[in-house]
Design a protein around this ligand. Sequence first.
Ligand code: ADP
Ligand code: TRP
Length: 321
Amino acid sequence: MRSLTGIKPTGDIHMGNLLGSVLPALALQEKYTAYYFIADYHALTTARDPDGVRRASREVAATFLAFGLDIEKNVLFRQSDVPVVCELAWILACQMGAGVIDRGHAVKAARDGGHDITAGTMFYPVLMAADILLYDSAIVPVGKDQKQHVEIARDIAVSINHHYGAGTLVVPEVSIQAEVGVVPGLDGRKMSKSYGNAIPIWSTSKQLRKTCMKIVTDSLGVDDAKDPDTDNVFNLYKLFATPEQREDLAARYRAGGLGYGHAKQELFEVIDALLADKRPIYEHWIAHPEELDALLAAGGERARATADARMDVVRRAVGLR
Ligand code: ADP
Ligand code: TRP
């Protein structure tokens, strides 16, 4: 069965992205033939810096490769390497009631945030439906916030099949990914690049240690007993540590005699150990963008074969051939 995951290329990918998005997406490889694409067309709804888009796209791809994406079994590609997705988006748009656009969650979020909305943002769910339907995706695992978008894709597929014949499009199922929970940032709020409280995935050991030392704690002294559950350092530590490590550190918090500096050092060590064998792979791809681009292009070619077959069916169905 084929699953499909789109990842928006966001700059300076951080530990919240890793635990909340990259690792759950990679877990799909075990069960499905997984299609992963870098949603660079979607990024253009807000991104205005061309080098930034290019860089972030490569960084996301290199991150997936460093964390073990198997490109023999699965397909990794750039959304924009299969431009017929825009053609399908147009065809879908012509079948959708305009109300769909207005109710779209991305549009609402942008409006509520007081941002100026581009027509591209309004079109966001249509393009996303095209992503899903172009590759005959049986299952689309997403976070709760994206559920509505997948349902839009499902509804339009059902309606097109009803009008043009069963089998014109594969009707996708949404699968809601188990909540990983919110990864806290250096200041205890949700880790986010917009809050400036992120721990980047990719930095040197030395920088990573420095970042960990910046985590905000209360002012209890070394000897004081501490509550692990209300401490930022521990709340991050528990996401990376084994259950034994977690219990051990929690016990030392409660006993007193453990300073926050020491806890931060232990946090740094578990994260650094996680990254040790991944950094060289990431750095290899970043240092060889031409190799990475070739790998993405090869993925694009495989994706295009699937896409072209589906587009042929759709064009005939609606009368374009
Ligand atoms: P940011 O808030 O830094 O802009 P994005 O909104 O681009 O991050 O998030 C991309 C993906 O990473 C989403 O799937 C989101 O659920 C996940 N993610 C981002 N921040 C966190 C966090 N602090 N905890 C858990 N998951 C997160
Ligand atoms: N909108 C998704 C996000 O913001 C990214 C995305 C684009 C996507 N197209 C998709 C996800 C298709 C799943 C399927 O995270």
